[in-house]
Design a binder for this molecule. Structure first.
Ligand code: ADP
Ligand code: MG
Length: 599
């Protein structure tokens, strides 16, 4: 055996104690994952300091510089050095009792962790001092103190995050993407505490300004978008067994493909809780298809002694004593608010933007509890073009034949039901096509194949409003949005002009789908599409560019979509997120219904 093996054991150093600096950097990773986590810790410190207004200034999406200023109580000069020391805090009593914490912080770790992996400075002035005192720390090492003029309050500035931990710095995303995260966390924190004003700017350009507000509803509209105006349900359940609930949620017509639009705050702390989110979701059960989630904010006020906040490094999760009870109470409160709310899903005449819950298979499904065997259907055929009823034929041309190819049957389309299902016949079956699912699949394949969609300039550009986060996503995903065919330009004060939209097989996408497309991209794209980012993005774009449920399209357009679908593989009988496109009801089955089976 020769010792010259090229793949010998790695060089080994004897076991030794790590330098405190190194330990600090490793531990910092728990709290400081990325710029958005720094922003979160600093805003929470400002909240704990009783600030009424917090300003966040960014450069390079927070990767170069984050400065958070507040008008809170400040830090006395003699305590500045302690503030950046690990496990030093003003928020716990000397005995360290952890059983009824009302502040957001309590571990005394955030500033120390951030200081260990950045160039940090704190400038602070208490009400009793006439000037502000500052300290600088570089990579955890004290780097000088100074005095300067500043108003009462505190500014913490963090430069060059992860400059001394290259491995971590490498994992930062592009500045625009990091900025999307920061705006997301800023909006969430504001929803948890709308009584504190929050402003975020980037190199002098204001990205968002949320005012001080006592109204949770206004906060929801600010953060989640103007589409929620007149589209919220509100509930306020008075204190019962030490729990009170306040919530503003979107009506079912405003929903998302992920649970990310639903925020929870327990005693003013933003938390993640599957149990509680699930409770809200289940209150919406029969109001939303399985793939959709409600949006909004829930504030729970619970006796602090019932809440253990000390279970997660970033305190995102809390443990609530008898959580099931709380969840159940929440579900019932949301449910009754939802049932009591007037059922006005119509807004500006726009139809509900999502189809009914999906049918489970390509063959006609067995009759479920809510879906009786379709025996008593009466088909009321109105003359083409008449009335605004849902069962009208959408086009004078009532029939369009799509030739069979590659194993696909020849289908003659006859009618459209509910502006969603196309009814046709093949040689031996009644065929029902979901117009949205069909169109979506075709657009999806085209996007994956060509990387772009055709577009059409709008004669009249459409003005839409975007939230700060949506605008940031537009910036960070501009290439994809443009290759999808949307041309969008800022128009001042949160307004944007859409001058071109995707066009596919005769169908023009609607400009006003952009906000929800941007939300979806910010949340990582269609979650039900298991593949990579490209597929999820394509599926999101396809869903929003496609013919929708409720769109009146011509038999001609539908025929073209089916032909395109036929040119795809066999597998293309499900939409990108796996719902069926086409259901066959074999003639034999019809015959049995009409007792013709013996003939
Ligand atoms: P924690 O918030 O858990 O106490 P931090 O490391 O975030 O730990 O902060 C350490 C201490 O510094 C706080 O306990 C508080 O006394 C002080 N501090 C931090 N930020 C501010 C601020 N914006 N205003 C006033 N005091 C602050
Ligand atoms: Mg803190």
């Amino acid at each position: 055996m020769s010792g010259a093996s090229e793949r010998g054991p790695p060089a080994r150093v004897p076991i030794h104690r790590l330098e405190p600096q190194t330990v600090a950097r490793i531990a910092a990773g728990e709290v400081v994952e990325r710029p958005a986590s720094v922003v979160k810790e600093l805003i929470e410190n400002a909240y704990d300091a009783g600030a009424t207004e917090v300003r966040v200034s960014l450069s390079g999406g927070g990767t170069e510089r984050i400065a958070v200023s507040d008008d809170g109580v400040g830090i006395p000069p003699g305590e500045l050095a302690l503030a950046v020391e690990r496990h030093a805090t003003s928020k716990l009593a000397a005995d360290g009792a952890l059983d009824a914490i009302t502040s957001l912080g309590f571990r005394g770790e955030a500033l120390a962790s951030i200081a260990a992996v950045s160039r940090l400075s704190i400038v602070s002035r208490t009400a009793g001092d006439d000037s502000a005192h500052g300290i600088r720390v570089e990579g955890g090492e004290p780097d000088g103190e100074f005095v300067e003029g500043a108003p009462p309050g505190t500014t913490v500035e963090v430069r060059d995050l992860f400059y001394n931990t290259p491995a971590r710095r490498k994992f930062l995303r592009s500045p625009p993407s990091e900025q999307v995260e920061i705006l997301g966390i800023a909006g969430a924190l504001y929803l948890a505490r709308p009584t504190v004003a929050l402003v975020v700017d980037s190199q002098g350009h204001e990205l968002l300004r949320y005012p001080r507000s006592e109204s949770l509803r206004d906060a929801v509209v600010w953060v989640l978008g103007a589409e929620l105006v007149d589209q919220t349900i509100e509930l306020e359940a008075p204190s019962e067994e030490g729990i009170s609930i306040r919530a503003v949620l979107g009506r079912p017509a405003i929903s998302r493909g992920t649970s990310h639009g639903l925020y929870l705050a327990v005693n003013g702390r933003l938390v993640v809780s599957r149990t509680l989110s699930q409770a809200v979701r289940s209150a919406y059960d029969d109001y939303l298809p399985r793939t959709r989630y409600p949006v909004g904010i829930v504030h729970l006020d619970i006796d602090p002694s019932r809440v253990d906040v000390n279970v997660h490094p970033t305190k995102r999760e809390v443990r609530i004593a008898r959580e099931r009870e709380v969840a159940d109470r929440l579900r019932r409160a949301v449910r009754s608010a939802l049932v009591r709310a007037p059922q006005t899903a119509e807004r500006g005449g726009a139809p509900m933007a999502f189809p009914r819950p999906p049918l489970p298979s390509v063959e006609a499904p067995p009759a479920g509890p809510q879906e009786p065997e379709p025996m008593p259907v009466s088909l009321a055929f109105a003359p083409a073009g008449s009335g605004r009823g849902q069962q009208r034929l959408t086009d004078r041309e009532v029939s369009r034949t799509v030739d069979g190819s590659a194993g696909h049957p020849r289908i003659t389309l006859h009618a459209s039901l509910f502006r969603l299902y196309w009814i046709g016949e093949s040689e031996d079956a009644l065929v029902i096509v979901d117009q949205h699912a069909a169109s979506e699949r075709v657009v999806y394949e085209a996007l994956l194949r060509d990387g772009r969609l055709a577009h059409q300039e709008l004669v009249e550009p459409v003005t839409i409003g975007l939230t700060a986060r949506q605008a940031a996503v537009l910036e960070s995903r501009r290439t994809e949005i443009e290759s999808a065919g949307f041309a969008v330009a800022p128009f001042g004060g949160g307004a944007f002009r859409v001058s071109s939209v995707p066009v596919y097989r005769g169908h023009l996408a609607r400009a006003d789908v952009l906000p929800s497309l941007l939300d979806e991209l910010a949340d990582g794209g269609r979650p039900t599409v298991p593949n990579g980012l490209v597929e999820r993005t394509a599926a999101s774009i396809a869903c929003h560019a496609a013919v929708r449920a409720g769109d009146a399209i011509t038999a001609e357009e539908m025929g073209r979509i089916l032909e395109a679908l036929y040119r795809l593989s066999e597998a293309a009988y499900a939409c990108p997120h796996g719902r069926p496109i086409l259901v066959r009801l074999p003639r034999g089955r019809l015959d049995r219904w009409f007792l013709r089976s013996g003939e």
